[in-house]
Design a protein around this ligand. Structure first.
Ligand code: UGA
Length: 432
């Protein structure tokens, strides 16, 4: 099939590269000339495991192309994927400015009957609006079908998830359009769920909101476990053995971040408000998450007392490992709270430092290694469960910290290994 993909952000680029990998002819369009030039040379603008290899292979075998021209891309495409961002507006609702702009540009350039496939996460009803916007602006007499095909990719694992996902959801009001998109996806060999447009849109929000709920739920249980003398590791392990609950997303910590869970839970609330339906569960999930990193800092202050002038080493800044993304990262709250209390901050992240500079106050000392961050510090604080942080030798923490105290917001170590090295260890949902 000849496919165009509009937008080469993380979703668009991964989609384009993977569709080429399973044999389709794919042209990705982006308005950013610089980005397009890099992609043509096989240089990915984002860090994503396995992306560079697939990009290079499909550039070389001629199945993957990049352009800034709608005209060039749409010449032979009967299928167009929309994968531009839907960032949150001030009130939490999704900003559809980019989606609308794409629809208007598309309408000007469509010369044949086309199926539009929306991958962007958009509020329920948006795909009907997309179709209407395109139809209203068409200059040729062509037929448009719209299919909602939400993505369930985790950043950092997006290529793996594309080939190993548990379901592909496609929703449309025209079964013929669904048949074609089903055929396109067949080589992935993943169960395909066919549904209507609005249900497909809803599935994406409901899935992300449910995963966020699991995290806030286990964090609430963790905070209570600390108070009542229980151990959250055992609690979540035993809960997870029950298949009805499931073991994933029960890892307690300092809360979820990223561009998806915070954005989509707020967007869902906003959809509820517009539909005149109050959603107390989602509201609480957001509330618990916002408090979780603050609560963690409160525990630190309770132990350390006045931190004015003390040096605190933060380890990990990205919202999760294997990404340089700082969007919604709990580290942002931790930094702000600690600076308010007068602490000096040294911080290390294996790859997110450049992005961290853009969102964190300038007075933070960003270091090039764990050792540099913790040397002479009054305590170490683990905020992201990076492999290199988890594998850093406990005895080296002891050696370099001026006070052997660790606050671990991601439960990377056990109490026993810390006790062995005489390190005072505070984690989430376990006893000190
Ligand atoms: C999430 C979903 O997992 C994807 O299925 C979805 O497609 C994507 O959003 C999206 O909407 O595009 P992502 O934001 O990349 O993916 O990250 P996750 O791996 O899900 O982690 C999100 C946050 O939850 C991280 O801050 C992580 O540290 C935290 N988390 C995750 C926990 O605190 N505990 C857990 O048990 C799991």
């Amino acid at each position: 099939m000849n496919i165009s993909v509009i937008g080469t952000g993380y979703v668009g680029l991964v989609t384009g590269v993977c569709l080429a990998e399973i044999g389709h002819q794919v042209t990705c369009i982006d308005i950013n000339e610089e980005k397009v030039a890099l992609l043509r040379q096989g240089i990915p603008p984002i860090y994503e495991d396995g992306l560079e290899e697939l990009l290079h292979r499909n550039n070389t075998n001629g199945r993957l192309h990049f352009t800034i021209s709608y005209e060039e891309a749409l010449q032979n495409s009967q299928i167009v994927y929309i994968t531009v961002g839907s960032p949150p507006k001030q009130d939490g609702s999704a900003d559809l400015r980019f989606v609308d702009a794409v629809c208007r540009s598309l309408a000007q350039h469509l010369r044949q009957d086309t199926i539009i496939v929306t991958k962007s996460t958009v509020p329920v009803g948006t795909n009907e609006h997309i179709k209407q916007t395109i139809v209203n602006n068409l200059i040729e007499n062509v037929t448009i079908d719209v299919v909602s095909n939400p993505e369930f990719l985790r950043q950092g694992n997006a290529i793996y998830d594309t080939f190993n996902g548990e379901r592909i959801v496609i929703g449309a009001d025209n079964p013929g359009a669904l048949d074609i998109i089903e055929r396109i996806n067949q080589p992935f060999d993943i169960p395909i769920v066919r549904t209507d447009l609005r249900s497909a849109e809803m599935i994406k929000y409901a899935s992300n909101a449910f995963l966020a709920t699991k995290i806030s739920f286990i964090n609430e249980m963790a905070n209570l476990s600390e108070k009542v003398g229980a151990n959250i590791d055992d609690v979540s392990y035993a809960m997870g053995l029950d298949k009805r609950i499931g073991k994933d997303f029960l890892q307690a910590g300092i809360g979820y971040g990223g561009s998806c869970f915070p954005k989509d839970t707020h967007a869902l609330l906003s959809i509820g408000r517009k539909s005149n339906y109050y959603m107390p569960i989602i509201e609480s999930v957001i509330h618990v998450n916002q408090n979780q990193s603050k609560y963690f800092v409160e525990k630190m202050i309770q132990r350390l007392g006045d931190v004015t002038g003390k040096t605190i080493a933060l380890l990990g800044l990205a919202f999760k490992p294997n990404t340089d993304d700082m969007r919604g990262a709990p580290s942002i709250t931790v930094v702000k709270e600690l600076l308010k209390k007068g602490a000096n901050i040294k911080a290390f992240d294996p790859i997110a430092s450049e992005n961290a500079k853009k969102v964190l106050p300038a007075q933070i000392d960003l270091t090039a290694s764990i050792q540099e961050a913790i040397s002479g510090a009054d305590c170490a604080v683990i905020l992201t469960d990076w492999k290199e942080i988890k594998e850093y030798k406990v005895r080296d923490y002891k050696k370099h910290l001026s006070n052997p105290i660790i606050f671990d917001g991601r439960n990377c170590f056990t109490r026993e290994e810390m006790q062995e090295h005489n390190i005072e260890y505070h984690s989430v949902g376990r006893q000190v």
